[in-house]
Design a protein around this ligand. Structure first.
Ligand SMILES: C[S@@+](CC[C@H](N)C(=O)[O-])C[C@H]1O[C@@H](n2cnc3c(N)ncnc32)[C@H](O)[C@@H]1O
Length: 330
C-alpha cells in the first residue's frame, strides 16, 4: 500500500504519541456509529476517517458507500485487514486502557462489582451503583492522576495534550456518569469495552466494498473528484492547528453534495450545552463534543432526543447530571 507524501500540517501525520508504535494505535474505535447511522440519510456516499475501521464497517453494513481514509499507513492496513476477516488486535490505546483497569482494580474495583454494574439496565440504578461502589475517592484519585495533562504529556505529543481540558480526569468522570444515566449498561458494548476490555460485537458484512485510502483527509478531499453526502471526521481536529482545521473545512465544502452532513467529535468541553451537541447520545461515553451539522450554511442539527442541558449540582468532588430516561436502543 502506498501512502501519499505527507502534505499536511496536521500533527496526526506523526501519530499522537511521542514515540512511534510498530502496530496499530487503535485496536477498535471508541465512537458510537449509532450517531452516524442516525444522522446520515440512507445509502449515502460517506467519507470516513478509518482509524480501526469500526465506523466504516458499520456504515458499509448499513448500505452506505464508504471511502475510509487514514493518514497512518499502519492503522489503515489494520482497518482494511479487519474487513478481510482478520481478528481484532490490541492497539496502544487498548494496552493503556488495560493498564488503567489494573490500577482501578488495585483501587478497589473488584470483578464482581464490575460484572454487576455491567448487568444493570436502568439509568438511575446504574448511577446509584456507580456512586456507591465504583466512583470512590481512591479510584477518582488514580483516574485523575492518570489523565492529568502533565502526565499524559510524557507520552502524547504536545498539541494533543494542549487540546485537552486541564481537569480532563474530572471531565471524563462527568461524561461517564452522564452516560450511565442514559444508556443501559447491559446492552452498551462500549461500557464493557471500557470496563472489561471486551471488543464490541462485529457488525454484519459490508453491502458495498469499502474503499481504503492512505492519505491526509484535507489533501484527499482537495484532490479527489468524488462527491460525498456525509462526512465522519472522528476527532481529527483535536490537536490540529487552526490553519489545518480551516483548510479541512474548505476541502470538505469542496467535496460535499448539497445538504451533506458533517460529524466531528472532540475531547474538549463544549462551548455551551445545547441540543446541537450529540455527545450525550454517543454510547462510547467519552466525548465532550459530537457535532452534527449541515454543510453550506453550516447549521448545526439538533439532537433528536432533545437532551439539551446538563443540570449541574454540587456533588462530592464533581458535577451531577440530571437522570433522564434511557434512550431507545439503536
Ligand atoms: C482521530 S483518531 C481517533 C480515534 C478515535 N478517537 C477512536 O476512538 O478510535 C482516528 C484516526 O484518524 C487518523 N487521522 C487523524 N488525522 C487525520 C487526517 N488529518 N487525515 C487522515 N487521517 C487522520 C489517525 O491516524 C487515526 O488512525
Amino acid at each position: 500500500m502506498q501512502c501519499s507524501p505527507d502534505t499536511t500540517s496536521t500533527v496526526w501525520g506523526h501519530g499522537p504519541f511521542r514515540l512511534r508504535p510498530r502496530g496499530p494505535i487503535f485496536g477498535q474505535t471508541y465512537e458510537d456509529p449509532g450517531i452516524e447511522l442516525l444522522a446520515f440519510k440512507p445509502q449515502s456516499r460517506v467519507f470516513a476517517i478509518a482509524g480501526a475501521g469500526c465506523t466504516a464497517r458499520a456504515l458499509a453494513a448499513a448500505g452506505h458507500s464508504v471511502t475510509a481514509v487514514d493518514v497512518n499507513a499502519r492503522q489503515l492496513a489494520y482497518a482494511r485487514s479487519r474487513t478481510e476477516g482478520e481478528p481484532a488486535r490490541l492497539g496502544v490505546v487498548e494496552r493503556m486502557l488495560s493498564f488503567g483497569r489494573g490500577l482501578a482494580s488495585l483501587a478497589g474495583w473488584s470483578p464482581a462489582r464490575i460484572m454487576h454494574f455491567l448487568s444493570l439496565s436502568d439509568g438511575q440504578e446504574q448511577v446509584e451503583y456507580w456512586d456507591r461502589w465504583l466512583d470512590t475517592p481512591r479510584w477518582r484519585a488514580v483516574f485523575d492522576t492518570l489523565l492529568a495533562p502533565r502526565l499524559l504529556g510524557l507520552f502524547y505529543a504536545g498539541p494533543f495534550v494542549s487540546a485537552l481540558p486541564q481537569d480532563f480526569g474530572a471531565r471524563i468522570r462527568q461524561r461517564l456518569r452522564r452516560g450511565w444515566s442514559l444508556h443501559p449498561n447491559r446492552s452498551n458494548p462500549y461500557a464493557s469495552a471500557l470496563l472489561l476490555g471486551k471488543a464490541p460485537a462485529e457488525c454484519g458484512p459490508a453491502l458495498y466494498p469499502i474503499q481504503f485510502v492512505c492519505a491526509d483527509a484535507a489533501h484527499f478531499l482537495e484532490n479527489s473528484q468524488a462527491v460525498f453526502d456525509a462526512f465522519a471526521l472522528s476527532n481529527i481536529g483535536d490537536g490540529a492547528s487552526l490553519a489545518y482545521q480551516r483548510r479541512l473545512r474548505t476541502a470538505v465544502e469542496r467535496a460535499a453534495a448539497p445538504g451533506a452532513v458533517l460529524i466531528t467529535r472532540s475531547f474538549r468541553e463544549p462551548d455551551s450545552d445545547t441540543a446541537a451537541n450529540w455527545a450525550a447520545l454517543d454510547r462510547s461515553l467519552l466525548w465532550g463534543v459530537v457535532e452534527v451539522s449541515r454543510i453550506g450554511g453550516g447549521s448545526a442539527i439538533r439532537n433528536p432526543y432533545m437532551i439539551e442541558e446538563l443540570h449541574c449540582q454540587p456533588r462530592r468532588g464533581g458535577a451531577k447530571h440530571s437522570i433522564r430516561p434511557p434512550l431507545p436502543n439503536r
